[in-house]
Design a protein around this ligand. Structure first.
Ligand code: TGC
Ligand code: FAD
Length: 395
C-alpha cells in the first residue's frame, strides 16, 4: 500500500507529489536504480555515446542488481511488480535510452519470449544465466523489408529430420552482436510463424554490428544473418503458431517504454531548469523571463502527466486488467511528450544544448529511435484508432 506522506512544499522535480502514490518497496527499488544511474551511467554515458559503445561489463553489473527479467517469476527470477519494473525503466532511461533498451530487450523480449513460450528445458537452460547477466539474449523480429508489418517476414524455417534449417536476415536487432542466444521468428513451410533459439556459434549464423547511427549510440544494434542454420527441434518454441507469439512479447517491452520515455524527458527538464536558473542573459537569469517559464511549466506539466499515465498503466498491469491497446496509448503519448520536452529543453540551453556536456541532445536523438521502435507512433495511432472505431486502417 502507498504510504501517504503530506508534501510540505512544492517540489519542482515532483510537482504533483506523485512519489506519495508509491509504496516503500517501490521507492526503495527506484532509489537504488537512480543511485546506480548517478554513480555508474551519468559520469560516462556522454563518452559512450560519442564513441558509440556500451561497455560489456555493464551487463554483469546490471545483472548483479537483479534487473534483467525482474518482473518475471520462477527460475530464480524476482517476480517484482509491474510498477517496480516500470520505475526501473524510468530511472535507467533517465541515464540513457540505450541502457534501458539493453534491459528491455534482455528482460522483456529475449527472456520473456522464453519464459512465455519456451519449453521447460529451454527455461531452465537460459533464464537463470540471463537474469544474472552471464548470458545475453536478443530478439529478432524486424527484417530489412518487414518492420511495421512483421507478417510479411521472409525468414524461413524448413523441417529436415529432427532439425530445422533457417534462412533469412533480421535487421536493427538490439544486443545482436553480443548475444549468446537469439530468439528468431521465422515462417515455417505450412505458413505458420514460430520462434527458434539460435545460439552463438551455430554454423551459418552471424550477427554483425550496424554502424553510423546518430541515435541510440550507446547501444549495440545488429543484423542477424542466417544461412542454412541448422537448429535442433528442442530449440523451437513448442506452442507458437502465429504472430501472436512475437506480438505478445512486444507488449512487455512497450510497457517499459511507457515509463522509460518519462525518465528521458525528466532528465532533459531537470537539466534545463538548472541551466535556466544559472544562465545570465540581458542581466538576469533566463529563468526569470516569461518565455522561459512557459517552456519550463509546459515541460513540468508533460512530465507529471506522463508519469501519472505510466503509473496508472502499471497499476492496471499489476491488477491484470491491462490490454495491449492501453499500452499503445501510453507509448504514443509518453514518447511524443518526451520528444517535445527534449526539444524545448534544448532551446533553453542555447548553443550548449547541442553538446554532449549536457544530456539533452543525447536524449533528444535517442528518443527519435524510441519513437520508431517497438511499433512506430503511426502503428500505435492505428491500434488506438481501431480500438475506438472498430475499423482496421492498417491495410
Ligand atoms: P493481427 O492480424 O492484428 O494479429 C495477428 C495475431 O497476433 C495477435 N495480436 C496480439 N497479441 C498480443 N499482443 C498484441 N499486441 C497483439 N496484436 C495482435 C492477434 O490477436 C492475432 O492472433 P491470432 O491468435 O489470431 O493469430 O496482425 P497484423 O499483421 O495485422 O499486425 C498488427 C500490428 C501492425 C499492430 C503489428 O504487426 C505490430 O505491432 N507491428 C509493429 C511491429 C513492432 O512493433 N516491431 C517491434 C520489433 S522489436 C523492437 O522494436 C525492439 S526495440 C528495442 C527496445 O525495446 O528497447
Ligand atoms: P517501416 O515499417 O518501413 O515504416 C516506415 C514508415 O511508414 C513509418 O513512419 C511507419 O509508421 C509508416 N507506416 C508503416 N505502416 C503504415 C500504415 N499502415 N499507415 C501509415 N503509416 C505507416 N526490431 C527487432 O525485431 N528487435 C530489436 O531488438 C530492435 N531494436 C531496434 C533498435 C533500434 C535502435 C531501432 C531504430 C530499431 C529496432 N528494431 C528492432 C526495429 C524496429 O522495431 C523497426 O524499425 C520498427 O518496427 C519500424 O519498422 P521499419 O523501420 O521497417 O519502418
Amino acid at each position: 500500500m502507498a504510504t501517504t506522506t503530506k508534501p510540505t512544499a512544492l517540489d519542482p522535480r515532483d510537482f504533483l507529489a506523485i512519489d506519495a502514490l508509491l509504496d516503500d518497496e517501490e521507492r526503495a527499488i527506484r532509489d537504488t536504480v537512480r543511485q546506480f544511474v548517478r554513480d555508474r551511467i551519468l559520469p560516462e554515458v556522454g563518452e559512450w555515446f560519442e564513441q558509440a559503445i556500451l561497455p560489456r561489463e555493464l551487463v554483469q553489473e546490471i545483472g548483479k542488481l537483479g534487473l534483467f527479467g525482474m518482473h518475471l517469476e520462477g527460475y530464480g527470477l524476482p517476480g517484482a511488480s509491474a510498477v517496480a519494473y516500470g520505475l526501473t525503466c524510468m530511472e535507467l532511461e533517465a541515464g540513457d535510452s540505450g541502457v534501458r533498451s539493453l534491459v528491455s530487450v534482455q528482460g522483456s523480449l529475449a527472456m520473456f519470449s522464453i519464459w512465455k513460450w519456451g519449453s521447460e528445458e529451454q527455461k531452465q537452460r537460459w533464464l537463470p544465466g540471463m537474469h544474472t547477466g552471464e548470458l545475453i539474449g536478443c530478439f529478432g523480429l524486424t527484417e530489412p523489408d518487414a518492420g511495421s508489418d512483421p507478417g510479411s517476414m521472409r525468414t524461413t524455417a524448413r523441417r529436415d529430420g529432427s532439425d530445422w534449417v533457417l534462412n533469412g536476415s533480421k535487421m536493427w536487432i538490439t544486443n545482436g552482436t553480443i548475444a549468446d542466444v537469439a530468439t528468431v521468428w521465422a515462417r515455417t513451410e505450412d505458413g505458420q510463424i514460430n520462434g527458434f533459439l539460435v545460439e552463438r556459434g551455430m554454423p551459418g549464423f552471424e550477427a554483425p554490428e550496424m554502424h553510423h547511427k546518430i541515435s541510440l549510440r550507446a547501444s549495440v544494434t545488429s543484423e542477424l544473418v542466417l544461412h542454412d542454420v541448422r537448429v535442433p527441434e528442442e530449440n523451437r518454441f513448442p506452442e507458437v503458431s502465429s504472430l501472436r507469439g512475437p506480438l505478445s512479447c512486444l507488449n512487455e517491452a512497450r510497457y517499459g517504454i511507457v515509463w522509460g520515455a518519462v525518465g528521458a524527458g525528466r532528465a532533459c527538464y531537470e537539466s534545463a531548469l538548472e541551466y535556466a536558473k544559472e544562465r545570465i542573459v540581458f542581466g538576469k537569469p533566463i529563468a526569470g523571463y516569461q518565455l522561459t517559464q512557459q517552456k519550463l511549466a509546459e515541460m513540468a506539466l508533460e512530465i507529471n502527466r506522463a508519469t501519472l499515465v505510466a503509473l496508472h498503466i502499471g497499476r492496471m498491469k499489476d491488477d491484470g486488467t491491462l490490454l495491449p491497446q492501453h499500452v499503445s496509448m501510453g507509448k504514443m503519448g509518453n514518447v511524443r511528450g518526451a520528444i517535445e520536452v527534449a526539444r524545448s529543453a534544448r532551446t533553453i540551453l542555447g548553443g550548449n544544448g547541442i553538446t554532449l556536456e549536457y544530456p539533452v541532445i543525447r536524449h533528444a536523438n535517442n528518443l527519435e529511435s524510441v519513437l520508431t521502435y517497438e511499433g512506430t507512433h503511426e502503428v500505435h495511432t492505428l491500434v488506438v484508432g481501431q480500438a475506438i472505431t472498430g475499423e482496421n486502417a492498417f491495410r
